[in-house]
Write a protein that binds this ligand. Sequence first.
Ligand code: PRP
Length: 173
Amino acid sequence: MAVEVYISEDQIKNKVTELAYKINEDFAGQEIVVICVLNGAFMFCADLVRELTVPINMEFIKASSYGEGTNSSGSIKFEVDVKNNLAGKNVLIVEDIVDTGLTLTKIMEKLKAHNPAQMKLVSLLFKPSRNRHPVKIDYLGFEIPDKFVIGYGLDYSNRFRELPYIGIFDEDN
Ligand code: PRP
């Protein structure tokens, strides 16, 4: 088992600053509800909100796919839901990775039903080669190839989330 550093701590820090800058500009003078998608986005979200200068409210949501899994049009079960109504609010969803896009598609459908004033998505990572359910990523960190990435919130069997960088997991080495 070996972990190769793929996106370093410094690269992540710079990207978080860049994304926060754009978000601060776009939402200047407004309040936003930041919705952290658990579990994977916890670290990215914690770093991102510390660089936001606009007033925020924090919410959390957790969705798990089951049945046919994330490679299909599978189903999603919500395990944690937002606590407040989002009607008329500016919503910013914070995700660690968009892979097939199923999770975000379902989350966005659910949140749209609240009738927010606007809903934007920031994702640290995007795997275009695996995308089956197109979602508009308003603020994107990095496009990555179809490799198994871990660290900075992302897991392999619930391990490695604490790594401060994003690594590529290679079980064979
Ligand atoms: C990961 C990730 C995204 C989702 C992306 O979550 O955090 O939420 O998968 O995959 P998709 O685009 O194919 O739907 P996971 O279900 O592994 O749970 P975790 O966040 O708790 O690790």
